[in-house]
Write a protein that binds this ligand. Structure first.
Ligand code: GLY
Length: 431
């Protein structure tokens, strides 16, 4: 079988790697990939969804799997299906659950699914008046897609006013900031929860802890994710049952029955757990329509079941027959990002702010086989050297019988990697 993976980051490298493990897969193609992905798959230079569909048709691709949200929101699934090509992911309509934070919060509230107190605004003056009036800390979220950075966590009214100005007036996230969702800031424990779904049946995956803030102790700006680990210490059977019955199942049934669309593929719930024990409430902070990055890097290595079998069950509406098997051992993902460096005209602050690219990377040949390396932002320079091409550069994924062991291995191996300005958080997996 020939498989095409859409994407070019660390998550997409993990997806391509997982397909490459399958006895049923003869060849993995990735559009458009990166230097690390090129070691295990054939990279394809297709930049538009039309070019990807043309490639899939010409190469007679049997199965396409989409990593990032952008092509899904652009309707890649609708296009492939209209051309008779098998593809896993939600339709353009279903993808609005990620591409409009405002509409989704309203939909969730209508379906009776727990969400923080929130209000939606398209007028910055009204938004400012609201944050002055509510009297509790808020999170200001750009409505549209913003590469995982569109939620500004605010400490007080002034901070919130500044976030509204930056998103709605300065338009730091472009048109994504035409509307904002202003939510009460909840305090508790964040959990990334994932399911496979064929639109009727949901199968939960193992969960992961993501680290979104740039600096240690969850300080600094929001990023796409600085590290992750799985299993999640809080997720026991009763919590899985609660999340499935209070959030995932009402959502998938609700969009089908009340809103008239089928949601098929991966469902990613960004949750904030508040309360204790029996009284835990899983509030939905965000819905994503894909695997998380860097959650996929710790979840897929734990999946023992063939990913092709999972995809076929989704596409054939036979998920009720699937019982995926998981490796109980820990995986921990540590991300090396492009940090602070000196440029010709001064300092680059580093990811998620401005950073330099094109910096040579060394040391990967010394990484122990105990650690998997997934590439996020790498390429080659004119001399053929491996160089940085993005904010997030490399993911080191370790395995351990305990979280502490996995943590020790990942940090030990990261010492061997080097590029100018390399930065990683020092507290990933420190519980
Ligand atoms: N790790 C956050 C995300 O994938 O959106």
């Amino acid at each position: 079988m020939k498989v095409l993976v859409i994407g070019s980051g660390g998550r997409d490298h993990a997806i391509a790697w997982k397909f490459a493990q399958s006895d049923r897969v003869k060849q993995v193609y990735v559009a458009h990939g990166n230097a690390g992905i090129a070691e295990i798959a054939t990279c394809v230079d297709a930049q538009t969804v039309e070019a990807m569909a043309d490639f899939a048709e010409k190469e007679k691709i049997d199965l396409t799997f989409v990593g990032p949200e952008k092509p899904l929101s652009s309707g890649i699934v609708d296009l492939f299906e209209s051309r008779g090509l098998a593809i896993v992911g939600p339709s353009r309509r279903a993808s609005r659950l990620e591409s409009s934070k405002c509409d989704t919060k309203i939909l969730l509230r209508e379906l009776g699914i727990p969400v923080p107190e929130f209000a939606v605004f398209s007028d910055p003056e009204q938004a400012r008046a609201y944050v002055r009036q509510v009297g509790y800390p808020v999170v200001v979220k750009a409505d549209g897609l913003a590469a995982g950075k569109g939620a500004l966590v605010c400490d007080g009214v002034e901070d919130a006013q500044e976030a509204i100005r930056a998103i709605m007036e300065e338009r730091i996230f472009g048109d994504a900031g035409e509307r904002v969702d202003i939510e009460q800031r909840l305090y508790g424990r964040e959990l990334s929860f994932f399911c496979f779904t064929d639109g009727y049946t949901l199968v939960p995956m193992v969960a992961a802890q993501d680290y979104k803030r740039a600096q240690d102790n969850d300080t600094g700006k929001n990023t796409g994710g600085m590290g992750s680990y799985s299993p999640h210490p809080w997720l026991d059977e009763s919590l899985v049952h609660k999340i499935m019955s209070q959030v995932a199942e009402p959502l998938i049934a609700g969009v089908r029955e009340k809103y008239g669309f089928l949601y098929r593929g991966i469902l990613y719930l960004g949750l904030m757990l508040t309360g204790e024990g029996e009284n835990i409430v899983p509030h939905v902070l965000e819905i994503n329509i894909r695997l998380g990055d860097p959650e996929a890097q710790v979840i897929l290595p734990r999946l023992k079941t063939d990913l092709v079998d999972v995809c076929e069950a989704i596409l054939n509406g036979r998920l009720q027959d699937l019982q995926p098997e998981w490796d109980p051992r820990y995986r921990l993902c540590l991300i090396a990002v492009s940090g602070r460096t000196k440029g010709k005209k001064g300092w680059y602050k580093g990811y998620p702010e401005r950073y330099k690219i094109g910096l040579p990377i060394t040391g990967l040949d010394r990484i122990s086989p105990e650690c998997q390396v997934f590439h996020s932002g790498t390429g080659w320079d004119e001399a053929g050297r491996l160089v940085t091409t993005g904010g997030r550069v490399l993911c080191l994924v370790s395995t351990g019988d305990t979280l502490a062991q996995a943590r020790e291995i990942a940090y030990r191996e990261m010492e061997k990697v080097s590029f100018e300005g390399l930065y990683c958080r020092s507290d990933i997996g420190r519980e």
